[in-house]
Design a protein. Structure first.
Length: 212
């Protein structure tokens, strides 16, 4: 068993993936883990309300609050250190993490993306933009991907993916609902793999270890 995960969740919106993670931990589906902090760049984010309802420290931190990016990064680092965070889950966080955070938490930051990476990923590919692009391309499949975060958008190694069929009459809105359901399933599952020490990293490759 690996050391316990002390998770910080970064979110910009309503926090449905955050809630899915919390519920999985509370239901005992993710052992050896707890969320110790929620951070948002948006003071009105639903994710902060979810955190407060679960007695989790909820902090609004935005680069707009600081004169320089260095000061913002320093505040983030201090906050993560103070809460003894050793793992970060991005759950609809609409900002790129500072490089110092990515380096400090190398292979300990994950993100959920609403498509089958590497397709439909990269800068500007978030939210409904992704589903619009999938429909426009007439792709037969979409889905969700949990990946490790590095310095590039949607670039890190894939931990889990799950595909769904795109119907002929699919709309971006209907696809978004289907993909969100998948996200709520595979994100807690991916974090469980880390909590159980089943994700081995070796340079730029990761291996999912079996139960044996």
């Amino acid at each position: 068993m690996s050391d316990a995960l002390h998770i910080a969740v970064f979110a910009s919106g309503k926090g449905s993936n955050f809630l899915a993670i919390l519920q999985a931990i509370e239901d005992g589906k993710i052992p050896n883990a707890r969320v110790v902090l929620a951070i948002s760049n948006n003071s009105d984010a639903g994710a902060l309300s979810i955190a407060r309802e679960h007695n989790i420290p909820a902090i609004h931190l935005s680069q707009k609050q600081f004169a320089t990016e260095e000061l913002f990064t320093g505040a983030l680092m201090e906050t993560l250190s103070r809460h003894r965070v050793n793992f970060i889950a991005l759950a609809g966080y609409m900002k790129k993490l500072p490089a110092e955070i990515t380096r400090t938490f190398r292979n300990r930051i994950v993100n959920i993306h609403p498509a089958l990476l590497p397709a439909f990923g990269g800068k500007g590919m978030y939210g409904m933009h992704v589903h619009d692009a999938v429909i426009a391309s007439k792709a037969k499949q979409s889905g969700a991907t949990v990946h490790i975060v590095d310095e590039e958008y949607d670039h890190g190694q894939i931990v889990l993916q799950r595909a769904i069929h795109v119907e002929e009459n699919e709309t971006p809105e209907s696809l978004a609902l289907k993909v969100l359901t998948i996200e709520h399933e595979i994100y807690p599952e991916a974090i469980r793999l880390f909590a159980e020490g089943k994700v081995a990293t070796n340079g730029k490759r990761i291996t999912i270890l079996s139960n044996s």
